[in-house]
Design a protein around this ligand. Structure first.
Ligand code: F0G
Length: 485
């Protein structure tokens, strides 16, 4: 954050825009039609109807001039591509793990890992799940057990490392499950579904010694590792003087396998699994040509692979990596000042609104976070993502497994939005908070069995969308300057 003479702290951008892409704030009537057609699910909106796309930071980051330049030297060979050896060399240099398997994105890495190591009835202890991780573990007959502190679910908190394992819980879980049923322990950097909350280096060292004690192995989901390293450096006093590359080396040395979605970590598109253990590598290797592509491209475009190689270097540059957390800190701070409930402390990935506190009149069974995401689109053209019970699943008795939190995530893709756009988002959320009684719940009308949040359709219970639209029409935020396209 940069301190102005007025005392205000702002997320100063250390880049300039050289290519821009037009976006449109379409009129209310069109937004209303769009959210209805999307079944009140922001995943089903079309880009052309969206003003600020805060759905995700996955594959939506602004690429640098260096990344774009690197794409031009891609070697498109099916096998033995020079681009792969540059990619592998960079991962080995940064993480000290020389065995590298490219995959088309993060969940493809999860597919390979689960197929290689999981058997029916296994249990994977982890700090917290990500949706695709849980889906792959369950699809392979496994279960998960989550071992963070209860405080991780308190949205108003000053706990700097909500992504930490509770070590006693980890030990107990391993003893209860039994080592034979545990294929590996998983730790996720900047834990996505907790609101981008990091683990500490101290905690990771402790997890490592527990894992060693039981003779297990440890897998790191490094998709949001850059920001986790940034938080280790800024929140863990013993690490304040350390560089991000230095921290990356130590973190990687404490795990047996790391995988990542390069849509986040590499600021382009793709993914990888890396290890220094030949035996572990050999178990996964045959699955890559089967599910992804030959070993030197793994389903990735080689142009993107070149961009990721540069992106990984940039991810360890403090000035570049610090930009996203600064934007999030600004937005979280401003919303808190207005009394709007958000996840604190600010984490990585985006600003997360607590929908349970925002909409206390809506029970979890009728998806408050989904309703809030739809309502926010209606008032602003901003597309966020539901991260709550809609993103969960049903238990064996058919009832919803209620999520630990109900969040609306407003993602902050790296180097994409300007401060004035962030201020617009804050302004519209403020209006919505003052009018929150107008928002009601949602119910599914089409509900897929797996990962239902992606393509499921819902309806607003009691037709609350009409009253909300009417309130917008007759308010100070009624459309005045919006373009018809
Ligand atoms: N692990 C984490 C921590 C993630 O955040 C994601 C994706 C994945 C694995 C899967 O990677 O999308 O490349 O297959 N997160 C995206 C998001 C989808 O919007 O947060 P993927």
């Amino acid at each position: 954050m940069f301190r102005l003479l007025t005392g205000e702290e702002i997320p100063l951008e250390f880049h300039r825009a050289r290519i821009v892409q037009m976006i449109h704030l379409v009129p209310l009537e069109r937004r209303l039609a769009a959210i209805k057609a999307a079944g009140f699910n922001t995943f089903l909106l079309k880009s052309r109807d969206v003003f600020l796309d805060m759905l995700t930071d996955s594959g939506t980051n602004a690429m640098s001039d260096r990344q774009l330049a690197a794409m031009n030297i891609a070697d498109d060979a099916y096998a033995g591509s020079e681009s792969f050896y540059r990619f592998q060399g960079k991962i080995a240099e940064i993480f000290g793990k020389q065995f590298v398997l490219p995959v088309h994105q993060g969940r493809a890495a999860e597919n390979i890992i689960c197929r290689a190591f999981l058997k029916n009835g296994d249990v994977v202890p982890m700090n917290y799940h990500f949706t695709t991780t849980r889906a792959h573990i369950e699809a392979n007959g496994g279960k998960i057990v989550e071992l963070v502190a209860d405080e991780a679910f308190q949205t108003e908190s000053d706990c700097p490392f909500k992504g930490n394992f509770v070590i006693e819980k980890l030990v107990k879980a391993i003893e209860n499950i039994g080592v034979a049923k545990i294929p590996f322990v998983r730790i996720e950097a900047s834990t996505n579904l907790l609101g981008g909350q990091p683990f500490s280096l101290k905690n990771l060292r402790q997890v490592r010694s527990v894992v060693d004690h039981f003779g297990l192995f440890l897998i790191l989901d490094a998709s949001l590792l850059a920001e986790n390293l940034f938080f280790i450096r800024s929140r863990e006093p013993s690490c304040a003087q350390r560089s991000l590359p230095d921290l990356a080396k130590e973190v990687a040395s404490l795990v047996d396998v790391l995988y990542f979605s390069a849509r986040k970590l590499g600021c382009a598109r793709g993914g990888a699994i890396a290890t220094a253990d030949r035996e572990i590598f050999e178990k996964m290797k045959p699955l890559v040509p089967l599910y992804e592509g030959f070993l030197t491209y793994g389903g990735m475009s080689l142009r993107e692979m070149e961009a990721v190689t540069v992106g990984l270097d940039e991810a360890l540059d403090l000035t570049i990596t610090g930009q996203m957390p600064a934007c999030i800190e600004f937005m979280v701070g401003e919303l808190k000042k207005r009394g709007i409930p958000v996840v604190a402390p600010p984490g990585a990935l985006g600003c997360h609104i607590d929908a349970i506190k925002f909409l206390p009149h809506i029970s979890q069974k009728i998806y408050p976070a989904g309703a809030l995401a739809a309502a926010l689109f209606l008032v602003s053209g901003i597309r966020g993502m539901e991260r709550g019970t809609m993103s969960s699943t049903r238990g064996t008795d058919g009832s919803d497994l209620l999520s630990d939190m109900e969040l609306v995530r407003l993602a902050m893709p790296r180097r994409v939005f300007t401060l004035s756009q962030i201020k617009f988002a804050i302004d519209r959320i403020t209006w919505l908070y003052a009018n929150r009684q107008l928002i009601g719940g949602l119910q599914f009308v089409e509900e897929p069995k797996v990962l239902r949040f992606f393509t499921g359709k819902l309806a607003p219970i009691g037709g609350w969308d009409a009253a909300l639209a009417e309130a917008i029409r007759s308010s100070a935020i009624a459309d005045t300057t919006m373009a018809e396209i």
